[in-house]
Design a protein around this ligand. Structure first.
Ligand code: FES
Ligand code: FES
Length: 163
């Protein structure tokens, strides 16, 4: 099967890969360029743990054809921290114990970042809607919702501008 060359920016770094027809972005991220932070959950677009940003928009990488990111920017959880300094959302998730097994956490954080980037002062309902495509089997969602609201509140007076 012929492979296609694809180049994209991953968390600020240029990446190149050869992809198969129909190969999904999640597979290329994990096996092609070695970013293991987006997780494989359902592979069918129903759990959200594979969520990444493509040009700033949240997308399910298990349903995204890898060839479509050619020339575009992809952000995963690996790109949220600024060196050793965690992103405010990551800090808030830790403070609120918003991760247990952590399998949903990469997708939750990316969905939350997309929300705060477009709406820095979300209501609780906004947060619930923003993570409605992300399934968590552990936390009951309250800690996650509180963490996202806390990060938004902290940012309204300070520093939610990174990442
Ligand atoms: S692995 Fe992509 S939505 Fe579940
Ligand atoms: S923390 Fe386990 S699935 Fe969400």
């Amino acid at each position: 099967m012929a492979k296609k060359p694809v180049q994209f920016r991953l968390n600020g770094d240029e990446k190149a890969a050869f992809v198969d027809d129909g190969q999904n972005l999640l597979d290329v991220l994990r096996r092609g360029v070695g970013d293991l932070t987006p997780k494989y959950g359902c592979g069918q677009g129903t759990c959200g743990t594979c969520t990444v940003l493509i040009d700033g928009e949240p997308r399910l990488s298990c349903l995204t054809l890898a060839e479509t990111v050619d020339g575009h920017a992809v952000t995963t959880v690996a790109g949220l921290a600024d060196g050793a300094t965690l992103h405010p959302l990551q800090d808030a998730f830790m403070c609120h114990f918003a991760a247990q097994c952590g399998y949903c956490t990469p997708g939750m954080l990316i969905a939350a970042k997309a929300l705060l980037d477009r709406n820095p002062r979300p209501t609780r309902e906004d947060v619930v809607e923003a993570i409605s495509g992300n399934i968590c089997r552990c936390t009951g969602y309250e800690a996650i919702i509180n963490a996202i609201l806390d990060a938004a509140n902290a940012a309204s007076g300070s520093s939610y501008a990174r990442g």
